[in-house]
Write a protein that binds this ligand. Sequence first.
Ligand SMILES: *Cc1c(COP(=O)(O)O)cnc(C)c1O
Length: 341
Amino acid sequence: MTNFLSDNVTVACPEVIAGVVDANNTPALPYGEDSLSLELSKEFSDVFETEVSVFPAITGTASNALALAALTPSYGSIYCHRFSHINTEECGAPELFTGGAKLIPIPGKNGKITVKDLVPAISGRGDVHHTQPSTVSITQASEAGTIYGVDEIADISETAHAHGLRVHMDGARFANALVRLDVRPAEITWKAGVDILSFGGTKNGCLAAEAIIFFNPKEVKDFHYLHKRSGQLLSKMKFVSAQLKSYLKNGIWLRNARNANEMADRLSKGLSELSGVRLVYPTESNEVFVHLPHPVIEKLNARGVPINTFQFDCLATRFVTAWNTKPQEVDSLIATVETHS
Ligand SMILES: *Cc1c(COP(=O)(O)O)cnc(C)c1O
């Protein structure tokens, strides 16, 4: 039985592995001074159609926490959705890396924040007793598998900037959102006001490769030191850079995300047609959230079918498809759930 627990249970894609094997053929300077690492900013600048500065990282948690530290003083407030990964799954790394900034979780339908929810939460500016409004963090695709449209991002950024805040995007599943929206990477990032992006690679075919992307290189300032002291400046950085390079080359990242999304659509359709099964969130990326009757969850558990349940707006069972999920695997999952429901 294929494992739909998450998109990090599957293997890395062959192109990325080939890139790593290739990087292993020659010695190279350490700590990002190798040619693959030096070229990264250029490659990402091409992808985003503007000059960016890029810092590789090996976990999304480090990438998010570092990005937030670049934008937020130790006495700052970071506004995020209450289900956001930074708020629920990172063991306080954002608080640690910022030196104590405060996360302010806010509600919002379908895992997304809106200007309407954000504005009333922003408070305390100039009050010495209060952390200072600094940063908004949104997740694209969101923790509920939904996607912020171009206008939604632009609205949030415009409001954030008007309140003197800056905008971080957690893009652990950036590629899945991008191909679904069918827009250019620039349109859902800097053109829509995003200041810094945690660009994900691991869940969409890399071994362990993420990147912190500054859309305004002038803002990098002393970030080199934060990057190093958090243990993300790898001595053999070329192996991380090689993954990112192969991931971007020939649109592999887009191909991978398209497959994952298509398989999620197939799964979503199949599951929602079963009686007793209800979709909790619209399927917009590669995550399918359904409400399953309790006996069904118990039967699947007893059969050893790996499932993850989240207490979101209700108890939601999550199935995640990946870059290499096959239609037969999806159909077999649907059939298994049907048998037990
Ligand atoms: C997986 C994930 C991350 C990164 O997690 P790591 O386990 O630290 O690599 C960040 N944000 C979201 C939304 C994720 O799903």
